[in-house]
Design a protein around this ligand. Structure first.
Ligand SMILES: Cc1cc2nc3c(=O)[nH]c(=O)nc-3n(C[C@H](O)[C@H](O)[C@H](O)COP(=O)(O)O)c2cc1C
Length: 279
């Protein structure tokens, strides 16, 4: 029996859902598998994560949503702080709602630089957690049954590789799958400014009834009442506080404009909405 931990950060729940499918498949094949959910932990708690909890594991599965074509910041910090160790085996996955960009490449690159052996990667088509009002969006009802079957194959594959070829590592070349037009947009715009271009969140104290729902919804615990909600720390821009507020007191001035640009960008820069294994 192998000991496996699945680490996720999942503001909207897609990545956690995929983590649970992987856990189910691994448990059914008699592996000991636990989920460590970093969602809801503060920046401080993530930076001071106790890595001794996972050092004896045979495999660590890491799951991240795509944010502006990259790994979400808390998972990036988790990976950057992982102690270097040539014996660690990793499987890496992402959930995405339009284009994975350099998420898989970035994650595997960071991990391999630390000496980790990345056995396999997976991208899972999922509902977009920012723009999700369009019924015709091909990602809207994902992951579907077919996606779940691929997630199960991925789970079987990582245990097989762990048993038979524990020293194999995924080639980075396989994850550099984008066309030149994606590469250039990433290099000159999204890599540096992607997150900064996303709309900012504001609080309207006149509409606020201090119910605290935005505080509960924040997956990185940066909102506090002072006496009205205020951000204390770096916002990951998941917009959970905005969707949750019953008074519409949490708002963004540029969200509609961003939605418009996002739709145009989506037309030219989308991926085939597929769930795919890289090994
Ligand atoms: C701020 C923000 C940025 C996002 N950027 C991207 C992106 O660049 N590409 C993409 O395919 N999906 C993007 N998404 C969609 C999420 O990656 C996708 O819905 C993911 O499954 C959400 O995972 P979660 O449910 O675990 O939070 C973004 C979502 C948010 C909120």
């Amino acid at each position: 029996m192998k000991h496996i931990s699945i680490m996720v950060f999942s503001p909207f729940g897609n990545t956690l859902k995929v983590g649970k499918y992987i856990q189910k498949a691994l448990t059914e094949s008699n592996q000991h598998c636990e989920i460590i959910n970093l969602t809801g932990k503060s920046w401080n708690q993530i930076s001071s994560f106790d890595y001794s909890m996972i050092e004896k594991n045979d495999l660590i599965v890491i799951g991240t949503p795509v944010y502006a074509w990259k790994i979400i910041e808390p998972i990036k910090i988790f990976i950057e702080n992982l102690p270097s160790n040539e014996n660690y085996r990793i499987a890496f996955f992402t959930t995405y709602g339009l284009i994975t960009g350099y998420t898989l490449f970035q994650g595997v690159n960071l991990l391999e630089k630390k000496g980790y052996k990345v056995l396999s990667c997976l991208k899972v088509a999922a509902r977009h957690s920012m723009i999700f009002n369009e019924e015709e969006d091909p990602y809207n009802y994902r992951p579907n049954q077919q996606d779940i079957e691929i997630i199960q194959i991925f789970s079987e594959l990582i245990t097989k590789t762990l048993n038979s070829f524990p020293n194999r590592t995924l080639s980075l070349e396989k994850l550099d799958y984008h066309s030149w037009k994606v590469k250039y947009l990433y290099k000159f715009l999204i890599k540096r400014f992607g997150m900064a271009l996303l709309p900012k969140i504001y609080f309207n104290s006149k509409k606020c009834i201090q119910c605290g729902k935005c505080i509960e919804a924040c997956p990185i615990q940066i909102i506090k009442l002072d006496p009205y909600p205020k951000k204390f720390g770096k916002c990951i821009k998941c917009y959970n506080c905005m969707w949750t507020c019953p008074q519409k007191a949490v708002y963004s001035r540029t969200f509609k404009l961003f939605e418009f640009f996002h739709r145009i960008l989506g037309k030219y820069y989308h991926e085939i909405p597929e769930t795919k294994i890289y090994q």
